[in-house]
Write a protein that binds this ligand. Structure first.
Ligand SMILES: [Zn+2]
Length: 378
């Protein structure tokens, strides 16, 4: 670790060194930290700028893209003078302006399955501000396998998330076990986003990164920020024993590139089976001559509290490894508490060829309200 601060640095960082928990020791930790920022875009821009300004002296920037005009309203690392340049070079120029002595390592190949392990080995901490699921899951998996802390950020319209995932404290897949079908999730490009919202989330990512460097984080957690509503809530994350990555019996033990292929949307095909049905329709289907298999993807403690008759419990996180228990040739109804988890599972099952998988809108809560009041609500 760096062992000395010069007079210039004491002045430069004096205001943050006054914060309890920082001081000279903390500033030296910041100075010594080696931080990788993946994605020099809307989130990576403010995150990298605040880290550089805080005195981080070794910063990696990984991004394979070039600066485009449509980036500039939110990607404030870049400007009109760097249009067309690789984002890594544009970022290095801007960051060197903020912190002249900083060492910027450029990784214009971005995050790739073939090289990510070697890339992570050079850093203490990773910030993920990428905008596609394949890369997000790649980084999340590689961080767990390499035992590196990860700060994750994402933003959509007025909402964003900041995740802190510390080794052995619960990972991204403990919260989101499966990569969703990209076709099911709108992107920033489709939905629109304010640059300022990216600024909120990216700055928050930098704050969390500094807190980790200073040893002020001991638990994984996910912050969900609604800029329009003016709210933020914090979910404490606990390691999930069923997690396919960090659980007791993990199915993901190495980085295999086929797992992170950007999934292209399958060609539309004739499929008369609706993606979702109401609880009334679900009841009629379950009472028909050819009843679907009802799959409950909630957790065992929720199932113990209340259940719909004949439902088969397969908690969401364990679905990928228990596919053999789910018949391909039979209609399936998938439900959870309110219909969110089960919709994701339904989409996952469809991506695996289960064309007759259907979500129950509203979940067991709607079932309790509209079909069977004997089923307790919670
Ligand atoms: Zn996990």
């Amino acid at each position: 670790m760096e062992s000395h601060l010069g007079e210039h640095e004491r002045t430069l960082f004096g205001r943050q060194m006054r914060i309890p928990g920082v001081g000279e020791v903390g500033q030296l930790k910041i100075k010594s930290a080696r931080i990788l920022v993946v994605g020099a875009g809307g989130l990576g821009s403010p995150a990298a700028m605040y880290l550089a300004a805080a005195g981080v002296m070794t910063l990696g920037v990984a991004d394979p893209d070039e600066v485009e005009l449509s980036n500039l309203h939110r990607q404030i690392l870049h400007g009109f003078d760097t249009l067309g340049l690789p984002k890594t070079i544009s970022a290095a120029e801007a960051l060197s302006e903020i912190n002249p002595g900083i060492r910027i390592a450029l990784h214009p190949e971005g995050a790739k399955p073939e090289t990510i392990s070697e890339l992570l080995s050079r850093y203490d901490l990773v910030l993920d501000g990428t905008d596609n699921f394949a890369t997000r899951y790649l980084i999340a998996d590689a961080c767990v396998l390499a035992q590196k802390p990860l700060v994750h950020g994402s933003v959509l319209r007025h909402e964003g998330q900041v995740g802190v995932f510390l080794p052995k404290c619960g990972c991204y897949r403990c919260v989101y076990p499966m990569m969703p079908d990209p076709a099911s999730v709108p992107t920033c490009a489709e939905s629109g986003v304010f640059g300022a919202t990216c600024g909120v989330i990216g700055s928050w990512m930098a704050s969390e990164a500094l807190a980790i460097v200073l040893g002020q984080r001991t638990q994984s957690r996910l912050q969900i920020v609604d800029v329009a509503g003016g709210t933020a809530k914090v979910l404490q994350i606990k390691p999930d024993v069923h997690c396919p990555l960090c659980g007791s019996n993990p199915t993901i033990q190495s980085i295999r590139s086929e797992r992170y292929q950007p999934t292209t949307c399958p060609a539309p095909m004739m499929n008369d089976v609706p993606l979702e049905v109401s609880v009334e329709q679900a009841r009629d289907l379950l009472q028909s001559d050819n009843p679907p298999l009802l799959i409950d993807v909630r957790e065992p403690d929720e199932y113990a509290h209340c259940r719909i008759a004949h439902a088969k419990l397969i908690p969401m996180a364990s679905v990928p490894e228990r596919l053999s228990e789910i018949p391909q040739n039979r209609p399936l109804l998938v439900h959870c508490h309110h219909g969110g988890r089960s919709l994701r599972v339904t989409q996952f099952l469809r991506s695996k060829g289960y064309k007759m998988a259907t979500n129950v809108k509203g979940g067991i809560d709607a079932w309790s309200l509209k079909i069977d009041p004997q089923v307790p609500r919670y």
